[in-house]
Design a binder for this molecule. Structure first.
Ligand code: PPS
Length: 287
């Protein structure tokens, strides 16, 4: 199936029809944020699910009840997806934990008024590409790549779900009110998860003792999250996500692009990257 079958264009970016509707996007646009909300923002495959585990554990002071009983998509729901409007988010106590894959330029008016806290997670785009490539083979609501080279060009052109990685990252890095945004990378979390949890809890103004921080970091290790049926997507029917084609929690490493891209593809990627990111004043850990 093609993009025309599976996606529609919303403000210039593709979104999958199965999980986004006109009504869900209206809900997003009219959503009323609170200053106390915590919003996880990611380009897909950058560490969303990981952060949907870390943040509730920090907010609960290390109590695992919610991550053991509530699927990540209800625990820290995507505001733009169809489920959001069914979850009575308006009735949830603060701090509400929310997610979006949308670009900064797509945020609704209330976001700029209420100024909730934002945790923006970014990941080496070559690993993002690698992860999406495998995910696109397993998820029935995504276009299956014809070939790696064809899909790579679409990714670099932003003709994939949620548009251009380059626009997403540069938009959020150039956001106003940066003091309410915490920028963190997947790679930093891989390098030192405990330190990352400590930094996130500081940002959320949640004082936790060292032992609790260690426990949270341990729970959020890839091997442990893979066992958590509320976070590993095993509850999704195989006709929607086929685990024989790939896994949602697939490898959980940084640098897997080296096993995926040919030398020529990596060079092409780097050339496009250098050009598109040249005006962004940010020291990326992977550079
Ligand atoms: N705990 C932990 N540690 C390390 N890596 C982890 C963890 N949890 C999720 N992942 C990896 O994150 C990738 C999925 O990204 P997202 O959760 O952002 O996907 S999505 O946007 O919600 O579809 C996907 O990356 P790949 O393994 O490279 O495909 C997941 O395996």
């Amino acid at each position: 199936m093609t993009e025309a079958d599976l996606y529609f264009l919303y403000r210039g970016v593709y979104v999958p029809k199965l999980i986004h509707t006109e009504a869900s996007l209206d809900y997003f646009q009219n959503f009323t944020f609170r200053p106390q909300d915590v919003l996880i923002v990611t380009y897909p495959k950058s560490g969303t699910t990981w952060m949907q585990e870390v943040v509730p554990l920090i907010v609960s002071g290390g109590d695992p009840a919610s991550v053991e009983t509530i699927p990540n998509w209800d625990r820290v729901p995507w505001l733009e997806e169809v489920r959001a409007s069914t979850l009575n988010l308006e009735g949830r106590p603060s701090p509400r934990m929310l997610t979006t894959h949308f670009h900064y330029s797509m945020m609704p008016p209330s976001f700029f008024k209420a100024k909730p806290k934002v945790i923006y997670v970014m990941r080496n785009p070559k690993d993002v590409f690698t992860s999406i490539f495998h995910y696109s083979k397993m998820a029935s609501f995504l276009v299956t790549p014809d070939s790696q080279s064809e899909f790579l060009q679409k990714f670099l052109d932003g003709k994939v779900i949620f548009g251009s990685w380059f626009d997403h990252v540069s938009g959020w890095l150039n956001a106003d009110d940066k003091d309410r945004i915490m920028y963190i990378s997947y790679e930093e979390m891989i390098m030192d998860l405990k330190e990352s949890v400590a930094r996130i809890s500081q940002f959320l103004e949640k004082t936790l003792d060292d032992e609790v921080i260690s426990k949270i970091a341990d729970r959020c290790l890839f091997k442990n999250m893979k066992q958590n049926n509320m976070s590993n997507y095993s509850a999704v029917p195989p006709e929607v996500m086929d685990p024989t084609k790939s896994q949602f929690l697939r490898k959980g490493i940084s640098g897997d692009w080296k096993n995926q891209l040919t030398a020529a593809e990596a060079d092409h990627f780097d050339a496009v990257y250098r050009d598109k990111i040249k005006d962004v004043q940010h020291k990326f850990v992977w550079d």
